[in-house]
Design a protein around this ligand. Structure first.
Ligand SMILES: *Cc1c(COP(=O)(O)O)cnc(C)c1O
Length: 469
């Protein structure tokens, strides 16, 4: 399988190189040159497979030519073996044809574990083969950082630096990052906000002289391997609900458009998904596109669902590429213009085409709490605020009551106690067994000023197992 850039100019890469690449050299994102397409018979034959076995069937075409089957199977078995639930991604029924796919049974209790546990192991495999070391730099407002650190903690050839805004992530989120100790793990608390962290990471990718030749790898969802890993659970859920003979709808709490883009790919690979719902919080740029063809940049609004607090959705460019007949030139023009004006619309017929599959809803903090309360009363389930947004959108936007509607349960409610409390649920949510002593564990973290040169010199002083590069 080869991968091409959404802006049409960067060279095509194989899977191994795309794993280690950040943005393409032309500023675009990598996508597969062509998607595998499975037949109804093939998909039917996968029902009853264990999660890691299904993962092999779905992802094999994407890594073809880079990872031998036996090695890939072993990696997948290890990856999904660390999840705390036997079925890895259990489906829970709330009402007739209403389901939650629980994606929060991984080590850090959010769906990002599905991709980052795999990414860490893939990096380890590829880097050992090449005998190469890399540095990872990432910015986090909470969930990505802990999942990336958990995913990479055992990678011999990786040093990972995660920047988070000092005193602006929840205590559970911070401790999930800072209590993982290792010479190759570096938590940096920046005296600034999330955007400051992200800007420093971006600037470091743009000018890598401080790394003295060591390669810098991205762990945010521009990394293709993350999207790839997320395709699997759409198949897993749909198979249990009667696919491929029956259509299924999904509602997806959305920020950077990574998770839902994986659902879109699953459909293009042959899974009968009849509707995908983009569920956003007040940061609703995607909802404004889906409902009115206006993808216009707004300010950032902090919300009760912080993992969806974004101004622009980086993976949206991957959808634009398909909408424009995979013409990289057109996408480059649109994105250049968006950079200048902060506005983007597509031609009417392209937008109408998008709306055949996608619906959307933006949900306020008050409505999020209302949904948490409502679902708790109806079913006894406590939803986290992100999942609650997905559930509300599922109920408001569904096209058919006759088809199963699956909301992706993206995080465990214990990660977001503030929202649960605001929803008036007095019940104390317990940390899962592997995290019960989280509040007693030793923390390790370096606080740095909001200053790029200080951050870069810290990285070059510690980027080789804690020693200078
Ligand atoms: C990251 C995250 C999201 C948003 O996922 P995207 O792929 O950015 O759309 C939703 N919910 C939770 C809990 C997350 O951590």
């Amino acid at each position: 399988m080869r991968y091409i850039s959404t802006r049409g100019k960067a060279p095509a890469l194989n899977f191994e190189d795309v794993l280690l690449a950040g943005l393409a050299s032309d500023g675009g994102l990598y996508v597969p040159e062509s998607l595998p397409r499975f037949t109804v018979e093939e998909i039917s034959s996968w029902s009853g497979l264990a999660y890691h076995e299904l993962a092999f069937k779905v992802m094999r075409p994407f890594v073809d030519g880079c990872i031998p089957d036996a090695d890939f199977k072993k990696i997948l078995e290890e990856t999904y073996g660390v999840f705390a639930h036997q079925s890895v991604a259990p489906l829970r029924q709330l009402a007739g044809n209403e389901w939650v796919l629980e994606l929060f049974h991984g080590p850090t209790l959010a769906f990002k574990d599905f991709a980052l546990q795999l990414l860490g192991r893939l990096l380890d495999y590829v880097l050992a083969k090449r005998n190469e070391r890399v540095v990872i730099m990432g910015a986090t407002s909470g969930d990505t950082g802990s999942a990336a650190i958990e995913g990479c903690r055992r990678c011999d050839n990786v040093d990972i630096f995660i920047l988070h805004p000092h005193n602006r992530v929840s205590e559970v989120q911070r401790r999930q990052m800072t209590t993982i100790l290792g010479d190759n793990i570096h938590n940096i608390a920046i005296e600034g906000n999330f955007d400051d962290c992200q800007e420093m990471v971006k600037a470091s990718f743009a000018d890598q002289a401080f790394l003295k030749g060591t390669r810098l790898v991205a762990v945010n969802s521009i990394n293709w391997a993350r999207i790839m890993a997320q395709i699997v659970y759409y198949f897993y859920a749909a198979l249990q609900l009667g696919s491929p003979l029956r259509s299924v709808a999904f509602s997806v709490p959305t920020g950077n458009f990574g998770d839902i883009f994986a659902g879109y790919l699953a459909r293009n690979m042959g899974l009968p998904i009849n509707q995908l719902i983009v569920a956003t919080n007040r940061n609703d740029i995607l909802h404004r596109f889906m409902s009115g063809n206006h993808y216009d940049k707004d300010q950032l609004h902090p919300s009760l669902s912080p993992s969806m607090d974004i101004m622009v959705s980086s993976n949206f460019e991957r959808l634009l590429f398909d909408l424009h007949g995979r013409n990289g030139q057109l996408v480059a023009e649109l994105m250049d213009n968006f950079k200048k004006t902060g506005k983007l619309s597509v031609e009417d017929d392209r937008w109408t085409e998008t709306r055949k599959l996608f619906d959307s809803l933006a949900v306020s903090d008050a409505e999020t709490c209302e949904t948490i309360t409502q679902v708790f009363k109806q079913s006894g389930e406590i939803l986290d605020p992100h999942t609650a947004i997905g559930m509300r959108a599922a109920r408001m936007c569904r096209r058919s009551l006759a088809l199963p509607m699956v909301t992706l349960g993206t995080a465990h409610p214990v990660k977001f106690p503030e929202a649960v409390e605001k929803a008036g649920i007095a019940k104390n949510i317990e940390l899962p067994a592997h995290l019960v002593d989280l509040f007693k564990r030793e923390e390790r973290c370096t606080v740095l000023a909001n200053d790029l040169s200080q951050v870069q010199s810290f990285v070059s002083q510690h980027g080789n197992r804690g020693k200078p590069l």
